[in-house]
Every structure is written in structure tokens, then in C-alpha cells.
Design a protein around this ligand. Structure first.
Ligand SMILES: Cc1ncc(COP(=O)(O)O)c(C=O)c1O
Length: 392
């Protein structure tokens, strides 16, 4: 039998079309933010049916700009879950706000609405923004979150880094709150290598983000170079940031956007195969399905009562069999910065802690071949069966 290669946890899905698009920009003489970024923004906004889409250098940058535009400042609070990547929380500190963490719902792995209610009762009108994370590409309960936010005058900034594209009623995730942010990091559902997009229907938010993402300058760089007279003149009206997306990357994004629905169908198919194939093993805890799911991650849990090994050892044995797995996420209450600043302990977040200890993420991306999919499944079952502890 031929030598079988390692199956990486993630692999970007790029073709000659993206290569040609980059080459076109390289030869155009304009590399940074310009016509490609503007076209990408228009196409993205049309796809989601939103008024504004603003391309940025990363989702982290977009979340930072979003919180700034929604008025999170020193003296205010930002509410999110600890079951997320550092980016979601750090941006609150960048604007000087303090964090409040809410535990997750065990099924959706997104923010628990009852926990959110409890927190809002306590902090009410000091909460500037709620930042729900659509974990793995499954939507948080946006209807409840938006209503709760409205009742205490808070804004909703969706961390939709995992959730492109997912319909949510008449809208899409990311477009259900005041603003939403997508990630185009190398492992995400569509990629530009690094990059992100902030979307909003609010003119005031779009205006502030547009200003702050490029040094607080009152004119777009492309506009300065193409207009006359006085093309060189600009004014800095705020101390902004350097968070723009260059055309080299936007060109990749435009091609990826055209493939987003096809990519999603492929991930849905893999998720379906995983679910069906693993459902006959009672030691696996499978992710909850949803009407719509981006399947950026397929997070499987192991029931420790039924296996004689834990998650860490399971992941190590998968790697030994040539399958790259990952863990999403190490909760933020286990990170020294947040643990120390807010004096957090795992007992305050029993669901997040339990889910973290048992979970790991399987490879799920459009270029995963059927042979690879079935190799992931057989590796999981071989390891599970070997360490199975029958409960009589
Ligand atoms: C939930 C979540 N939010 C935000 C980000 C930040 O995305 P980016 O790398 O584009 O800044 C990530 C990145 O992995 C993420 O997983």
C-alpha cells in the first residue's frame, strides 16, 4: 500500500484562480488598500445584504474597531464568554473597558442566555457591549441576546470569526446585531491569509470604523492618490490605527467569496459523515447540529467515564496515527492574564471547564479527501475501542 501522509488539522483551499488574482494586483502597480478592497467590500456587503462592509487586517482589528465605534470605554463593561480565542476579550482591554465572562450553553457552546440575564441584572446600564461568539460556526441565540441588550442599552458586536456564511432567519450571522466581524485567517472558512471584515447597517458605526482603521485620516488613501487637485492633502482628526486590508489580500478574498457556498456544502457533507459514522460509539459526545452551521470546527468530546484515557492522550494518539487534531479553546479563565486580573476560577464556569476537558477538534475543510475522512474516522474508533471501559 502507498505511504499515507499526515492529515493536517487545517489546510487552505486555494487554486490557480487566487494565484491569478494576486498576480493581477502585483502587476497593477497598486498593492495596498484600493480598488480590490473596495470591490471586495461591495461584494461582501451584497452577499450578506448589509449596508456596510469594511475590510480590515484581521478579525481582531475588526473587533477592536467595533468596540470603539460602539462606545466601549474605560468605566464600561464588555460581556462575552471565556470559551473563545484571546482576540475576543483582549480588544475590550484595548479600549479600556473591563470584561465580564458568562458561561456557555452545553449544547450550542455559545453564550448561555440565562447566565447573560444574570450578569445584566447585576451590571445593567454599565454594559457597553455584548460580544456573542458563534462558536465553531453555530449561531448564538441572537434573538434573545439582541432583546436583552436592548433592555439595558447595550450594543451587540457579533464575533462571527467562525461563522461565514450562516443564515439566521432573514439575515446572516454577523448581521443580526449592531455590528459583526468575520475572520479570513488561514484556517477559516474563507481566507485571505490574514484579514477580516466588519459589517453593519449603522452609518455611524461604519463612519467611525472607516476613520479609525486608517490613522484617523479624513480621506481614504485610494481617494487621495486618484483625485485632484490637492491629492496630497489630508487631516488627522483622531488617533487611529493601521488596520486596513491591502489589495493583494482583498484579491484573494474576492475569489474565495465566490466559493464560500460550495466550501460550506463540502464542510456540511464532512460533518454529516462524521456524525453518522461516530454515532455508534457511546464514548463520543458529538456536536449539536443546527438548521444552519458553518462547520468551521467539528468539536467532538469523549466521555471520560467510558474511556480509560483522557482527551490529551487521545489527541496524542491521533497524531501518532497521522491525524492532526486541535483543541478549541483553552478557556480564558485558565489564562494567567484574565485569571489574575479578574480573580477567576474554573468553578465559576462549570460548563466551559467540563467541555474544555473533554473536547478536541477534527480536520474539516473542503480539500479533505474521502480517503482522509474515513482515515480520521477509523483512527478515532480504533483508539476509542482500544481504551473502552464497559460500564455494566
Ligand atoms: C472566536 C475568534 N474570534 C476572533 C478571532 C481572531 O481572528 P483573526 O485571527 O482574524 O484576528 C479568532 C481567531 O482564530 C477566533 O477564533
Amino acid at each position: 500500500m502507498a505511504e499515507r501522509g499526515f492529515i493536517p488539522f487545517a489546510r487552505p483551499c486555494l487554486s490557480e484562480e487566487e494565484e491569478q488574482a494576486v498576480l493581477h494586483v502585483m502587476r497593477s502597480g497598486w498593492l495596498t488598500t484600493g480598488p480590490e478592497s473596495e470591490a471586495f467590500e461591495r461584494e461582501f456587503a451584497d452577499f450578506l445584504g448589509v449596508k456596510h462592509a469594511l475590510a480590515v487586517s484581521s478579525a481582531t482589528a475588526g473587533l477592536h474597531l467595533g468596540l470603539d465605534a460602539l462606545g466601549a470605554r474605560e468605566g464600561s463593561f464588555v460581556v462575552t464568554t471565556p470559551y473563545t480565542f484571546a482576540a475576543t476579550a483582549e480588544v475590550a482591554r484595548h479600549v479600556g473597558a473591563e470584561l465580564i465572562f458568562c458561561d456557555i450553553d452545553e449544547g450550542s457552546m455559545c453564550i448561555s442566555v440565562s447566565e447573560l440575564e444574570r450578569v445584566l441584572d447585576k451590571y445593567a446600564n454599565r454594559v457597553a457591549a455584548i460580544v456573542p461568539v458563534h462558536f465553531a460556526g453555530r449561531g448564538a441565540d441572537m434573538e434573545a441576546i439582541v432583546n436583552l441588550a436592548a433592555s439595558c442599552g447595550a450594543s451587540v458586536l457579533e464575533d462571527a470569526a467562525h461563522a461565514f456564511p450562516v443564515r439566521y432567519g432573514e439575515k446572516f450571522l454577523g448581521a443580526a446585531g449592531d455590528a459583526g466581524v468575520f475572520s479570513f485567517y488561514a484556517t477559516k472558512t474563507i481566507t485571505t491569509g490574514e484579514g477580516g471584515m466588519l459589517v453593519t447597517d449603522r452609518d455611524d458605526v461604519a463612519e467611525r470604523v472607516s476613520l479609525m482603521r486608517l490613522h484617523g485620516i479624513d480621506r481614504r488613501v485610494w481617494d487621495r492618490y486618484t483625485s485632484s487637485p490637492g491629492a496630497w492633502f489630508y487631516q488627522v482628526i483622531e488617533a487611529g490605527y493601521k488596520y486596513n486590508m491591502p489589495d493583494l489580500l482583498a484579491a484573494i478574498g474576492r475569489v474565495q467569496l465566490k466559493k464560500a457556498v460550495l466550501f460550506k456544502k463540502k464542510r456540511e457533507r464532512i460533518a454529516r459523515i462524521y456524525r453518522e459514522a461516530l454515532s455508534d460509539r457511546d464514548y463520543f459526545i458529538l456536536p449539536e447540529d443546527a438548521d444552519e452551521h458553518a462547520w468551521h470546527l467539528f468539536v467532538v468530546g469523549i466521555d471520560e467515564n467510558r474511556l480509560s484515557i483522557g482527551r490529551d492522550e487521545f489527541v496524542r494518539l491521533m497524531a501518532e496515527k497521522g491525524v492532526g487534531c486541535s483543541v478549541h479553546f483553552i478557556p480564558l479563565f485558565l489564562m494567567p492574564y484574565y485569571r489574575n486580573r479578574y480573580n477567576l476560577s474554573p468553578d465559576e464556569f462549570p460548563v466551559s471547564y467540563r467541555v474544555y476537558l473533554r473536547s478536541f477538534s477534527l480536520p474539516i475543510y473542503p480539500s479533505l479527501s474521502d480517503e482522509e475522512i474515513y482515515r480520521v474516522i477509523s483512527s478515532l474508533k480504533e483508539i476509542g475501542d482500544r481504551f473502552y471501559r464497559k460500564i455494566l
